[in-house]
Design a protein around this ligand. Structure first.
Ligand SMILES: [Zn+2]
Length: 331
């Protein structure tokens, strides 16, 4: 946690993880994603059937770690470096029992567009993987569904003019505000299993100066998908009509994951690397900590939750290596 690794700057933490896992006796590969970003892929035997995974990057800004009796604070404590630690400890415990059919996959860029996961999906070991236990903060419950995410920009253009003569111009900002107001009042389709489709109008930009009619404007939006992508895109296009343009930046679909008897289950609203790790077998999702403190300045994880997570990962891996799950569903 003391090594900053905001998305795009994961190189150093990746080197640290490689060295640490090698010192424990793991075979470790760095899989290049960009010139300065590598996924970390570690294993004990040549064809592990069960993999533990999460991401090494964090949202900005870096917040140095600290702790008290009960909690660990700082960036990544909850999302997701505490999870990396819990998974490595679990894997080492399994190894002591003689279970070596396990691998560790740590990606870059999860917090932006899952570029690391997209590259990891091409790794040859993916085909040999039967179960991928991804870690994100789920309060140590097994997430059997996660919403997708639809990221897009809405852009409007107008005509610049001296603001004393507005009739000579055409305001891109006023057009954008009209569109955004319509977006706010649009009822997007929902899904019974995944829940409500929600919209965040996240960024706004436009205009050039106080005395100029704005010739351009744009807004960034993120929609939590509970349906396929197309109905949402079409609804947006229908709202925007000829008043502006929609640029789809990226999207991930909602995913149903493996349910395993005996574990507390729920549906989570956030997305993960899982939609981009389709070659890595049947996905499961479980991790310590609460998503409600992830991405905040007060991010923390309870030490007890980390310890519990170790036990849950150990139990989950044992179960997956010996029995089948109860459900096999994915959309
Ligand atoms: Zn995360």
């Amino acid at each position: 946690m003391s090594i900053p690794s905001v998305s795009g700057e994961e190189e150093t933490v990746g080197f640290w993880l490689r060295d640490y896992l090698q010192s424990l006796g793991w075979t470790v590969e760095l899989q290049p994603v960009t010139d300065t970003q590598n996924n970390v892929i570690a294993y004990l035997n040549e064809t592990p059937r069960v993999w533990l995974s999460t991401h090494m990057d964090t949202v900005p800004p870096f917040i140095a770690p600290s702790e008290d009796e009960e909690k660990i604070y700082g960036r990544g404590s909850c999302d997701a470096k505490g999870i990396i630690a819990a998974q490595i400890v679990a894997a080492e415990l399994l190894r002591k029992e003689g279970i070596e059919d396990i691998g560790l996959l740590y990606t870059v860029e999860e917090e932006r567009a899952s570029t690391g996961a997209k590259v990891a999906n091409l790794h040859p070991l993916a085909a040999k993987c039967e179960y991928l236990i991804n870690g994100e903060p789920t309060d140590n419950e097994l997430a059997i569904g996660s919403k997708g995410a639809f990221r897009a920009m809405i852009r409007t253009t107008g005509k610049a003019a001296h603001s004393a003569y507005p009739e000579q111009g055409d305001s891109a900002i006023e057009k954008l505000l009209d569109i955004l107001d319509d977006v706010r009042h649009t009822r997007f389709p929902n899904d019974e299993f995944f829940g409500e489709t929600t919209v965040n109008i996240a960024t706004l930009d436009g205009g050039v100066a106080l005395n100029v009619i704005p010739p351009n404007a744009e807004a960034g939006i993120l929609i939590r998908l509970t349906t396929p992508m197309e109905p949402i895109r079409d609804a947006l296009l229908n709202v925007i009509r000829d008043r502006g343009e929609l640029e789809l930046l990226s999207y991930s679909l909602p995913v149903k994951m493996l349910a395993v008897e005996g574990f507390k289950q729920k549906v989570v609203r956030f997305t993960t690397d899982i939609p981009h790790l389709t070659n890595w077998g049947q996905p499961l999702l479980l991790g310590p900590g609460s998503i409600l403190v992830a991405h905040t300045k007060d991010e923390f994880v309870l030490k007890k939750d980390l310890e519990d997570a170790v036990g849950l990962y150990v139990e989950l891996v044992r179960r997956l290596l010996t029995t089948e799950g109860t459900e096999n569903t994915e959309i």
